[in-house]
Design a protein around this ligand. Structure first.
Ligand code: HEC
Ligand code: HEC
Ligand code: HEC
Ligand code: HEC
Ligand code: HEC
Length: 227
């Protein structure tokens, strides 16, 4: 460690004493802060399919990354931009088309089990209700039968750490630098440790080399990341 850091350590000693106590009290609860943590989600949403195969931009769904501290998890209405029309896999819909032609009958709507879980959170039952869904027509009565999708949070920094997506994304760091190759993941996983050393080493590195050869402001003093 450099002399500078030890000076900070002394100056912030009292505050850190308090921090230390808080941390010991909290360490029990830091269960989510694990590398490779990949909890089962309430619905099998695939980043490989959406961000990989279909190349949907990360920020189409995580629009907060550039504009706010949190990248954000998309509301179900974002999914409905497509899934009002796409109610199953293409494979299942094509199969139904073929069967209907063979049996000389009208094509039946196909609603997959996974997507039905999505529709259920909006209180939608059946193909007609799905096709008629309009976010602008959510009355208070309808809102009562809606609930947010209970996604399980994957990344969990402790409360005493301050992280903000904005400086990182706006300076030109790709999401993949910190989240790995999300576009290949069937189920999302925490790739990095999120430990202090990970943050600090990266700040050191880019302070030396810059991002895209431009100088950056990536401090390593304690108050950058700790209140
Ligand atoms: C079509 C919408 C969509 C797109 C496109 C998308 N995501 Fe996601 N992302 C989600 C949803 C929904 C979740 C929560 C469910 C889950 O964890 O699978 C999520 C979760 C995540 C998480 C974990 C959040 C947590 O709980 O800690 C990360 C990290 C993430 N996405 C990064 C990315 C990156 C990077 C890209 C682009 C390569 C991307 N996402 C593209 C919808 C999307
Ligand atoms: C410098 C590293 C870094 C970069 C670059 C980065 N993230 Fe994150 N991301 C994190 C960390 C650290 C967390 C955990 C934050 C927390 O628990 O408060 C996180 C959390 C998330 C989450 C879940 C919590 C939230 O903030 O809503 C999503 C979703 C996410 N990131 C998506 C993205 C996307 C999309 C991009 C690119 C546009 C991106 N991240 C770029 C480090 C990064
Ligand atoms: C830009 C359009 C688009 C958006 C936005 C989108 N999807 Fe999809 N999704 C598709 C398409 C198209 C398919 C079918 C792909 C195929 O069959 O190859 C699909 C497939 C799926 C499947 C697999 C269906 C099955 O039966 O296995 C699930 C689950 C899913 N999406 C969930 C979501 C969720 C949750 C969101 C919102 C976070 C979302 N999608 C947002 C276009 C989209
Ligand atoms: C992939 C490299 C990388 C990682 C990992 C990283 N950072 Fe950064 N961080 C940067 C860069 C580069 C900047 C400078 C952005 C600029 O100059 O606008 C920065 C800036 C910041 C800032 C704004 C500083 C200021 O005063 O303007 C904060 C706060 C921050 N990082 C916190 C964190 C935390 C907390 C973590 C770990 C959870 C972390 N960072 C992980 C590269 C990284
Ligand atoms: C670039 C961001 C960043 C900077 C700068 C930083 N920290 Fe941290 N610190 C973190 C993160 C992230 C954690 C949470 C790590 C974890 O839970 O594994 C953490 C955790 C801690 C802890 C809890 C013990 C532990 O390892 O879990 C202490 C104490 C601490 N930091 C002190 C400091 C001191 C003192 C400084 C200044 C010399 C400092 N930090 C500078 C990001 C930072």
């Amino acid at each position: 460690m450099t002399k500078e850091i030890w000076t900070y350590l002394l100056l912030t000693g009292v505050a850190l004493g308090v921090l230390g106590v808080t941390i010991r009290a909290q360490s029990f609860h830091l269960v989510g802060n694990h590398q490779d943590y990949a909890p089962t989600q309430p619905l099998a949403f695939s980043h490989r399919l959406h961000a990989g195969e279909m190349s949907i931009d990360c920020q189409y769904c995580h629009s907060g990354a550039e504009t706010s501290r949190h990248a954000g998890i998309p509301a179900t209405s974002v999914c409905m931009n497509c899934h009002k029309f796409v109610t199953s896999t293409f494979g299942a819909m094509q199969a139904e088309d073929r069967t209907a032609t063979e049996e000389d009958r009208p094509v039946q709507p196909v609603i997959s089990d996974e997507l039905q879980k999505l529709y259920a959170t909006l209180g939608l039952e059946g193909a007609e209700a799905i096709a008629a869904w309009n976010p602008l027509e959510v009355t208070p009565a309808k809102a009562d039968s809606m609930e947010p999708m209970p996604w399980v949070k994957v990344h969990n920094l402790p409360d005493f750490v301050y992280f903000d997506h904005r400086p990182h994304v706006n300076v030109g760091l790709e999401c993949q630098k910190c989240h790995g190759n999300v576009e290949t993941m069937e189920r999302i996983r925490q790739v990095e440790t999120l430990a202090m050393g990970w943050c600090v080493n990266c700040h050191r590195k880019y302070s030396e080399i810059g991002v895209n050869a431009k100088p950056v402001h990536a401090p390593i003093d304690c108050t950058t990341c700790h209140y």
